[in-house]
Design a protein around this ligand. Structure first.
Ligand SMILES: [Zn+2]
Length: 134
């Protein structure tokens, strides 16, 4: 085991317009503000410790209403994502490039009658992916 003490927090990014599990990149010993790094836009967001109580409550609500947790996913049955395949809502998929697991939450279309799925990934969050391109 490495002794690395990497903390992360669920935080909303107003640039990406989504929630991410963000790495805490800096925490001064006397500072009230901690900095989080957004994995979506690579930006840094300040977060005040004073907001923590509310933030934790929001985090709980968010987890109940949308976000998925690793234990929610049946990784054993995950399908390798390919834009050539077709998926059903509830399917667990693995995205090889991101090495991330997600669950299909909706089906959608793009202009040109291209079929897509919306999936919520553990790390990437909510993502729209092509399907049935074959
Ligand atoms: Zn962002």
């Amino acid at each position: 085991m490495q002794g690395t003490n990497v903390r992360s927090m669920l935080q909303y990014c107003s640039v990406c317009k989504d929630h991410f599990d963000m790495e805490v990149v800096q925490q001064g010993s006397n500072e009230k503000t901690i900095w989080l790094k957004c994995p979506g836009c690579q930006g840094f967001l300040p977060r005040s410790e004073e907001e923590d109580e509310n933030a934790i409550l929001q985090e709980v609500v968010q987890k109940q209403t949308g976000d998925i947790l690793l234990e929610d996913l049946d990784i054993e049955s995950a399908k390798e994502y390919s834009e050539n395949d077709v998926y059903e809502i509830g399917d667990v998929i693995h995205h090889r490039s991101w090495n991330d697991f997600g669950k299909v939450i909706a089906k959608d279309h793009l202009p040109g009658n291209r079929k897509t799925i919306w999936a919520r990934f553990l790390r990437q969050g909510k993502v729209q992916l092509l399907e049935g391109m074959k």
